[in-house]
Design a protein around this ligand. Structure first.
Ligand SMILES: [Fe+2]
Ligand SMILES: [Fe+2]
Length: 189
């Protein structure tokens, strides 16, 4: 005799829903983080804080470059620096928001910022040097965000989607910078 019973299956399904709702109520103070969250929350928050530091260092570097850009091609390049600076700030805000959703706190302490960041803060002496340093930083961010995305995998799809969206912009930034170098007659070496 088969043990299959539609009534029983329906019942256990209903029980599951009730159990999920019960758990949601029980941990209501955890906000967006439910018991179904499969990520290692502490590690995800730490990794996101490193990405946050990277975005802030990139914001500061681009802003410095925006103010310091000089020479015949300065105006167009400075506008590109400013746009990137603002976009990196936007990324920082999105990451900070996600950290709070996960029950963490965004680490905005200036002390240790450069150490937590994956990318470096390099001032650069000329327009070409600045663009090259920005391109290096973007390539570092592209690599490390790719790793973060692989780490998040299926365990935290929301953070993964956020990092994928940010990665796509960093790739655009890198392409913008490469085009700038080309138009300024530098082969990037
Ligand atoms: Fe960014
Ligand atoms: Fe970028």
């Amino acid at each position: 005799m088969s043990t299959f019973s539609p009534d029983r299956d329906k019942h256990s399904f209903v029980t599951d829903i009730q159990e999920i709702r019960r758990r949601a109520r029980e941990h209501i103070l955890n906000g967006a983080v439910t018991e179904g969250y499969r990520g290692d929350r502490e590690t995800v928050i730490r990794v996101l804080n490193e990405a946050l530091a990277t975005e802030i260092v990139c914001t500061l570097r681009y802003r410095r470059h925006y103010f310091m850009a000089s020479g015949i091609h300065a105006q167009a390049v400075a506008q590109e620096f400013l746009q990137h600076a603002n976009e990196e700030q936007g990324h920082a805000d999105l990451i900070a928001e996600r950290i709070v959703q996960l029950g963490g706190a965004p680490d905005l302490n200036p002390q240790g910022l450069a150490t937590r960041s994956h990318a470096e803060y390099v001032e650069g002496d000329s327009l070409i040097e600045m663009i090259k340093e920005d391109l290096v930083a973007e390539r570092i961010a592209i690599d490390s965000y790719g790793e973060i995305i692989r780490y998040l995998g299926a365990n935290d799809p929301t953070s993964r989607r956020l990092m994928e969206q940010i990665l796509a912009t960093e790739e655009e930034h890198a392409e913008d910078l490469r085009t700038l170098l080309e138009s300024l007659g530098s082969d990037g070496v």
